[in-house]
Design a binder for this molecule. Structure first.
Ligand code: MN
Length: 275
């Protein structure tokens, strides 16, 4: 079994280093990861400057081939599979991220996007995150992910399977189980702080507090709150199949008349009037 490890916290992040030490016990291990933190970069890829991959050595695992890349998490997986590794990996694992990747936050996550890149290339993947940010203990999480990886490889599965895994921040002995569940919703309030710089100009800083209001109980958000490890199979298939037939019924075919230049008709909203 050959496993490619990556992350979005940077190649020397503790979560990735701890994972290397567990995964190397069970598989031929390669690491290709960003040279600095790339959290919340989503699925960005680098097109307008050259990518460089520099061979690096972990102090604790000098035998593990590892490359540091001046790109995004998605770049790292693409580059690893298409250009760096001697053979295709059987599995991509991204993480262990410092901080949760739950619910709607997976859209912004570099950790999850790296795993999606694996799936896009036809390699199943696991995205692993530890909810605790300030005082993370990665050993338990890494051991769990290694066990999951072994089972993952053993099981019959589609090549585009991606598991999003979040390990709660509570002490290992307080973890009450594993929930296989759907993604929830993460909502924030006071998203931007409005401040004034020393020259008197306004600037905004993205911060935001989590709204603790989700009532649903069958989601990854709820599972983590209940000290359970959450596992959600997720997909990059973005088509909304519920609406395909409905949209087909709209009067937008060419037989309805040529498409107008867009200069006619009122398109403004109430917001325009207020501005
Ligand atoms: Mn991160």
């Amino acid at each position: 079994m050959r496993i490619l490890l990556t992350n979005d916290d940077g190649i020397f992040a503790e979560g990735l280093q701890t994972l290397v030490q567990e995964i190397k016990k069970i598989a031929e291990t390669y690491v290709v990861a960003p040279d600095h933190e790339q959290s919340a970069t989503g699925h960005a890829i680098t097109m307008h400057r050259p990518l460089r991959a520099e061979k690096v050595q972990y102090y604790h695992s000098p035998e593990i081939p590892a490359w540091s890349v001046n790109g995004t998490p998605a770049d790292c997986v693409k580059l690893a599979v298409e250009a760096i590794l001697p053979c295709r990996p059987d599995l991509v694992i991204s993480g262990i991220n410092r901080g949760a990747n739950l619910g709607t936050d997976v859209i912004y996550s570099g950790t999850v996007s790296a795993a999606f890149e694996g799936v896009i290339l036809g390699i199943p993947a696991i995205a692993a995150s530890l909810t605790e940010y300030n005082n993370p203990h990665y050993e338990f999480a890494a051991a769990f992910i290694a066990r999951l990886a072994q089972e993952f490889i053993r099981q019959e599965k589609p090549r585009d399977l991606l598991l999003n895994v979040n390990i709660p921040g509570c002490a290992p002995e307080e973890i009450t189980g594993v929930a296989v569940c759907r993604l929830g919703v993460r909502q924030y309030k006071n998203t931007f702080e409005k401040r004034t710089d020393p020259r008197g100009r306004t600037y905004y800083w993205l911060a935001g507090e989590l709204v603790d209001g989700e009532a649903e109980t069958d989601t990854d958000v709820a599972a983590n709150k209940a000290c359970k490890i959450s596992i959600t199979p997720i997909t990059h298939e973005l088509t909304d199949f519920r609406l395909l037939d409905h949209i087909k019924s709209w009067r937008i075919g060419l037989e309805e008349g040529r498409v107008s230049s867009g200069k006619t008709g009122k398109t403004g909203t109430a917001c325009d009037a207020e501005d």
